[in-house]
Design a binder for this molecule. Structure first.
Ligand SMILES: [Zn+2]
Length: 450
């Protein structure tokens, strides 16, 4: 072993490329990158190697659809307790500590990259910069800055998450503004949103000219485009005008020709199954009854589209679109429950998501890639739910550095002795139930609806 190398020895490797697990692998990491994937030789680990003892080594998970937010209303068990009436108003700046906690929870769950598809007040960009400047450990973050939408009822609900614009030239200006804010890609609303009572998610919300202007403006300067697309009207425009990812896309099972086109052109589908469970089941008491009924229909459609898209050869990505931060792999489990094999669901959450984000550097375990890696205690191919259990996350590497996992407390290895994130506390059910450290395996609500 050469100086400066970390050898992850005796791993059961899931490389993210869709091939099945390979036993007894040794993966060498140097300078933040994977430099070698080889077979384990001999029966004893070489000096200085980290013995994985047959644990599963896989790419760090990538969530292609998150909303990083200091608003924890939809993240039960995460963040500070809700303020009681009569308490002092909380300073706005407390929100940044909530964001920092979110970054830590994501890493603890093995999520090494996220794509934020809309946050309030540019919070995702602030967090991205904090991580980039080394102020805290966190996943790689890609942000769209604000979502480009036509003037719409949703704008009144999502205020600073949206940039409303009308007509092709205003759309171009809106895109340029997001670039100025620091956007890594562009997000547009091709249809209305299922969570807004006065929006019909079925028809296109913007015109073809408006949508085409956004795509042209973004692509001309090398930025990718994500389209919120629920009903077929807007989904069709988005696919035809060449966006790079379809978010939600639940209606696509009704239009096989569009799925075919997506497969041909490499347009990625991010099915976000969990968000439909949220509206239809988990948070149903918080939404207008008509929206809950609509979400029940959409939930059923989303699962049909998942399988239809897979069968059509469309690349799938994992997008949780829910909370709390760190429970993201619940979406992977749902994709598996909904008809993907666990291997396909894992590929979606790694290589598929990397393609959605346009990142060539992450998402698979191959020489030359960034060493964003996850070591899991258990076999996610036998039961994907091990990925949702914080107690099973043994080690998380980002750029070759150990940033989270139980191995940081249990293993004596010089490679884990840097200055990583404080290791997670052991389970202790007597702790404050709101403390993220006490989170148990994340529960899946009502699976029968799939
Ligand atoms: Zn979303």
């Amino acid at each position: 072993m050469s100086a400066g190398s970390l050898v992850l020895w005796n791993a059961r490797l899931i490389d993210g490329r869709g091939s099945t697990a390979r036993e007894r692998c040794a993966v060498t990491v140097r300078g933040g990158r994977i430099v070698e994937v080889a077979d384990t030789r001999g029966t004893e680990p070489p000096a200085g190697a980290l013995d994985l003892a047959g644990r599963t080594l896989m790419p760090g998970l990538i969530d292609a659809h998150v909303h990083l937010s200091s608003d924890v209303g939809r993240s039960p068990g995460f963040g500070p307790p809700a303020p009681l009436k009569g308490e002092d108003p909380r300073p706005r700046e407390l929100g940044y500590f909530v964001l920092a906690n979110a970054a830590r929870e994501l890493l603890r769950a093995g999520i090494t990259t996220v794509r934020d598809v809309g946050s309030y007040d540019d919070e995702a960009i602030v967090l991205r910069e904090a991580v980039r400047l080394g102020l805290l450990e966190g996943p790689r973050i890609l942000s769209c800055a604000r979502i480009v939408s036509v003037t719409s009822p949703g704008g009144r609900i999502f205020h600073s998450m949206y940039r409303e614009a009308d007509g092709p030239w205003e759309m171009r200006q809106a895109v340029r503004e997001q670039i100025r804010r620091g956007a890594d890609f562009v997000k547009l609303m091709a249809t209305g949103a299922r969570s807004v009572a006065r929006e019909d998610p079925e028809p296109a919300q913007m015109t073809r000219d408006e949508l085409a202007a956004i795509v042209d403006e973004a692509h001309r300067v090398g930025l990718r485009v994500a389209a919120h697309a629920e009903g077929l009207g807007g989904t069709r425009l988005a696919v035809e005008e060449g966006v790079d990812t379809i978010e939600h896309g639940l209606s696509l099972h009704r239009a096989p020709e569009l799925l075919e086109r997506m497969a041909e052109r490499g347009i990625v589908l991010v099915p976000t199954l969990t968000t439909f469970h949220d509206l239809a089941e988990r948070f149903s008491s918080e939404f207008a009854p008509a929206l809950v009924e609509q979400a029940k229909r959409q939930l059923e459609e989303a699962y049909r589209t998942l399988v239809a898209a897979r069968d059509a050869g469309v690349t799938l990505a994992m997008g949780y679109d829910s909370g709390p931060p760190g429970a993201n792999a619940v979406e992977l489990v749902r994709m598996a429950a909904g008809g993907l094999t666990p291997l396909q669901a894992i590929s979606a959450a790694t290589a598929g998501s990397a393609r959605a984000l346009g990142l060539a550097d992450v998402g698979t375990v191959e020489p030359g890639k960034s060493a964003d890696l996850l070591v899991v205690d258990g076999d996610p191919l036998a039961d994907a739910r091990v990925l949702t259990d914080p107690q099973r996350i043994w080690l998380v590497l980002k750029d070759g550095r150990a940033v989270s996992g139980h191995a940081l407390v249990t293993e004596r290895s010089p490679w884990l002795a840097g200055e990583p994130e404080a290791p997670p506390a052991p389970p202790d059910r007597d702790r404050d139930p709101r403390s993220p450290c006490s989170a148990g395996p994340f529960e899946l609500a009502a699976e029968d609806s799939s």
